[in-house]
Design a protein around this ligand. Structure first.
Ligand code: FAD
Ligand code: SF4
Length: 330
């Protein structure tokens, strides 16, 4: 591992000043992704700025009835928070579907959103990879890609974003707040991750040296009836091969409101807006749910070994929306 400096920050302005002073500094959250990548040489920061003593570990109600989640809140604390469980149950389910108890005790909200792809070529510094070394190529397209993207990818990179939490946050219109030396800023999660295009190494719209300070969830009654469903290759301790976060409001057999996002199918948590348009105002039945899934997946461009994800996602949409409809009429 390359030698690196380590500093612990105790206030936000101090952390931002440390990041601003050194372009090769990285924020250290729980370290559950960054330190692994440092050991393999994928990440080679000159300095780590440990942010876990910052006063960003609270979950608070906002004035308009939403929730403000601090960037250093651990995955474990987020999952069990009573207001998260009551008002955004799919978020609790998504977090608990990720990693293991030990990892969730360390992992932070900011770090979860910025964790890197699990593409095997990205993690192996002996292989070419456009995301790690721009212009070196993408061996996944001709090689191992069974868990790669079917939506929004490009000829330069077909990696997926591995976060479960981010899928629920995307469905629920979360906004990321950050701080830089030039002041504060915010980004809706749907605009936080950049399109892949020919620059897969540029992953987010965060300015250089930005410290994520938190995530704000707006109030939305529809989220109370919500679900996260994750499909993986073994029952626990595995990343998704496809997932869905859904919230549904059905009255008199008609979809009044809906939120839908997909995981493990794109370089970012994928907000399924085309499906939402089909669903809103339509009868809440299996035919509508299948039509909504088809509308979203019409843009899918699968590779030879991941075409199964199109069927998988279609089935997930129909199954989860059917379950939520049944639950809403109980
Ligand atoms: C074996 C294993 C299984 C896993 N399974 C899953 C799974 O099923 N689902 C899932 O979603 N995740 C899974 N994970 C990933 C895990 O959730 C992430 O490693 C974790 O959420 C990252 O959080 P962290 O705080 O440890 O981030 P770190 O490792 O500390 O940081 C990750 C990145 O975020 C940056 N960063 C951290 N905090 C901030 C901030 N406040 N501002 C700006 N930048 C910041 C760091 O600089 C780094 O680039 C798994 C991990 C492992 C090791
Ligand atoms: S899919 Fe992306 S991360 Fe994987 S090898 Fe290709 S460029 Fe690298």
């Amino acid at each position: 591992m390359k030698e690196f400096g380590y500093q612990r920050a105790f206030d936000v302005s101090g952390a931002v000043a440390l990041l601003d002073a050194d372009p090769d500094a990285r924020v250290l959250g729980g370290g559950t992704n960054l330190v692994d990548l440092m050991k393999t040489g994928v990440e080679r920061p000159a300095r780590l700025v440990d942010v876990r003593e910052l006063p960003l570990d609270k979950i608070e109600l906002t004035d308009d009835g939403g929730l403000r989640i601090g960037a250093t809140v651990t995955n474990s604390d987020l999952a069990v928070h009573p207001e998260v469980r009551r008002r955004y149950p799919a978020l609790t389910q998504a977090v608990l579907a990720g990693a293991s108890g030990q990892l969730r005790n360390m992992a932070t909200v900011g770090g979860n959103l910025l964790q890197r792809t699990r593409c095997g070529y990205f993690a192996d510094v002996t292989k070419p990879c456009n995301k790690r070394v721009p212009g070196s190529g993408c061996p996944a397209i001709e090689g191992e890609h069974h868990n790669h993207a079917i939506l929004g990818a490009s000829e330069h990179c077909v990696a997926t974003h591995p976060s479960d939490m981010g899928v629920a946050l995307t469905a629920f219109d979360a906004v990321v707040t950050y701080e830089t030396a030039d002041g504060p800023g915010e980004l809706p999660l749907t605009e936080f991750y950049l399109p892949v295009g020919d620059t897969p190494h540029l992953e987010t719209a965060l300015p250089p040296g930005a410290l994520i300070t938190g995530v704000t969830l707006p109030p939305a009654p529809v989220t109370v009836l919500s679900r996260y469903r994750k499909v993986r290759e073994r029952a626990s301790y595995a990343f998704a091969i496809g997932s869905i976060a859904a919230a549904l409001d059905v009255r008199d057999g008609v979809v009044r409101d809906v939120r839908l996002a997909f995981g493990a199918v794109a370089s970012r948590p994928w907000r399924a807006r085309a499906a939402e348009r089909v669903l809103t105002g339509a009868p809440a039945d299996a035919a509508t749910f299948a039509a909504a899934a088809d509308a979203e997946l019409a843009a899918a461009e699968p590779l030879p070994h991941n075409a199964y994800k199109v069927t998988l996602m279609r089935n997930l949409v129909v199954a989860v929306l059917t379950e939520l409809t049944e639950e809403s009429t109980r």
